[in-house]
Design a protein around this ligand. Structure first.
Ligand code: ADP
Ligand code: MG
Length: 332
C-alpha cells in the first residue's frame, strides 16, 4: 500500500512538472524593438512560436518599409510610382490602396494621400519651417486624390507631379500585414506598435493608454479596455514647431496646405482594420468632431476626439474608454 502511494506521488510529480514545462513553453513571451517606418516599432508575442514570430515581424515590417511604402528608399514601389507617374500593384497592395481611395472620397478629400509635395515643403521630418506661399500653392495644385485611378492592378496618376505619401496610413498597412502573418502561427496573443498605431492580437483583455497631448510619450490621460483590434492616434503633438507663439504641426488641411487648426489636439480610432484606424485618425482630425464622428460611424469605428480645452468626445463604443487624468472630462 505504502509503495503504491509513493509510486502514485512520483507519477503525479512527473506529470505536474511536464505540465509546468509545457505551460511555460506555450506561454513563452518574446520581444523585439527596432526602428523602421521612420518610427519606433515594438512587438511582444506570447505563445509557442513567439521567438520565430518576433524575428519574422521585424523582417516583414522592414521589407514593407524599404520595398513598398518608403518615399526615401529609391527603389520602393511608392518611389517608383512617384517617379514614373504610376505603376503595377500586387493584389494585396491594390486592395490597401483601394480602401485608401475610398477614405479619400468618403472624407470629402480631408484625407488625401497625394499631399507628399506639400508635406515635403513643411519638412517636419528634419528641419521644419513655414513654406514660401507660392511654392505651397504650386505643390497644392499638383495634389488631389481625384488625379489617381486604380484599374486592374494598375495605379495611374493624371498629374505626374502629384506625390503619393503614406505617412498617414502606412503604419496601418503594416499592422494588417503583421496580423495576416500572425493568424498563420501558433501563438496566444501579441501586441505590435508602429509609432502611434497598435495591433492587439489574440483572445485577451487588453488595456491601451491614450497619450497625454501635453505630456511626454509615457504619460496617459485615458485607458481603452478592449479585445482584439487596432488603435491609432494622430495628434498635433507628434511633429511640430512653434513660431511667433503659434504651433505648426504635421496634419495638413488639403484645402489650404496649412496645419489643421480646429480646436483638436488628438484623435484616436479603434477598428478591426489597422489601415482604417490609421487613415481615419488623420481624416477625423482634419474633419473635426461633427463630420469626423459621422465618418467614423460610416466605417463602424470608435473615435475619441481630444480638444485643446481638455474635453473628450466619443463616437461609437464609449464603454471602452476610462478617463484617468481628472483634468480631462467628457464633452458629450
Ligand atoms: P503619425 O505619422 O504621427 O502617426 P498621422 O497618421 O496623422 O500621424 O499622419 C501624419 C502624416 O500624414 C504627415 O506627416 C503627412 O505625411 C501625412 N498627412 C498630413 N496631412 C494629411 C492629410 N490631410 N491626409 C493624408 N495624409 C496627410
Ligand atoms: Mg494616421
Amino acid at each position: 500500500m505504502k509503495k503504491a502511494a509513493v509510486a502514485a506521488a512520483a507519477v503525479f510529480a512527473v506529470l505536474l512538472s511536464v505540465f509546468v514545462f509545457y505551460d511555460g513553453v506555450l506561454n513563452k513571451t518574446s520581444e523585439a524593438d527596432f526602428f523602421s517606418m521612420k518610427t519606433y516599432v515594438s512587438a511582444k508575442v506570447t505563445g509557442y512560436e513567439s521567438d520565430l514570430c518576433t524575428a519574422e515581424i521585424q523582417k516583414l515590417v522592414e521589407n514593407l518599409d524599404v520595398n513598398i511604402l518608403s518615399r526615401t528608399s529609391g527603389n520602393s514601389l511608392v518611389s517608383r510610382i512617384n517617379k514614373n507617374g504610376g505603376g503595377e500593384l500586387d493584389l494585396q497592395t491594390a486592395a490597401y490602396f483601394s480602401v485608401l481611395l475610398d477614405v479619400c472620397e468618403k472624407s470629402g478629400g480631408a484625407f488625401d494621400f497625394t499631399l507628399g509635395g506639400v508635406s515635403d515643403l513643411w519638412n517636419f521630418g528634419s528641419a521644419p519651417s513655414i513654406p514660401d506661399e507660392k511654392a505651397l500653392a504650386e505643390a497644392l495644385s499638383h495634389s488631389g486624390y481625384e488625379k489617381i485611378s486604380l484599374s486592374e492592378g494598375r495605379l495611374s496618376m493624371q498629374d505626374k507631379a502629384a506625390v503619393l505619401d503614406f505617412g498617414a496610413s502606412g503604419k496601418g498597412i503594416v499592422l494588417d500585414s503583421v496580423k495576416a502573418y500572425l493568424v498563420t502561427r501558433d501563438i496566444r496573443n501579441a501586441v505590435v506598435s508602429v509609432g502611434g498605431s497598435t495591433l492587439l492580437f489574440g483572445d485577451k483583455d487588453f488595456t491601451v493608454g491614450i497619450r497625454n497631448p501635453e505630456g511626454n510619450a509615457g504619460s496617459y490621460i485615458a485607458k481603452l479596455h478592449m479585445g482584439e483590434g487596432c488603435v491609432s492616434s494622430s495628434g498635433s503633438y507628434e511633429q511640430f514647431f512653434e513660431e511667433n507663439g503659434k504651433r505648426y504641426h504635421h496634419i495638413l488641411n488639403p484645402e489650404t496646405g496649412y496645419p489643421v487648426d480646429n480646436g483638436l489636439v488628438g484623435v484616436t480610432i479603434v477598428s478591426e482594420s489597422g489601415l482604417l484606424s490609421d487613415a481615419l485618425s488623420t481624416a477625423c482630425f482634419v474633419l473635426g468632431i461633427e463630420k469626423g464622428s459621422a465618418l467614423a460611424a460610416e466605417y463602424g469605428c470608435t473615435a475619441i476626439f481630444i480638444t485643446e480645452d481638455k474635453k473628450i468626445y466619443i463616437e461609437g463604443d464609449a464603454d471602452i474608454v476610462e478617463i484617468t487624468d481628472t483634468t480631462y472630462s467628457y464633452g458629450n
